[in-house]
Design a protein. Sequence first.
Length: 84
Amino acid sequence: MEESLKELADRAAKAVQDNNHLIAKESMKQTITRNLDRNLIRYKEVVSEVKQVEQKLTALLAERKEIFRSCKKMRMELEALGKQ
C-alpha cells in the first residue's frame, strides 16, 4: 500500500511537471504566433511601400526621358539658329 501511494505521488508530480511543460510550450507557441503575425503585417506594409517606390521611380524615369528629349530638341533648335 505504501509503495502504491509513493507511486501515485510520483505519477502526480510527473503529471504536474508535464502540465507545466505543456503550459510553457503553449506560451512559447502563442508568442511565436504573435511575432509571426506582426512580421506578416510588416512584410505586407513593406511590399506596399516598395510598390509605391517602384511607381515613383517609373514616373521619375519617364520624366527624365521627357526632359532629355526636350533638351535634345532645344539643342537642335539652338544649333539651327546658330547656323543661320
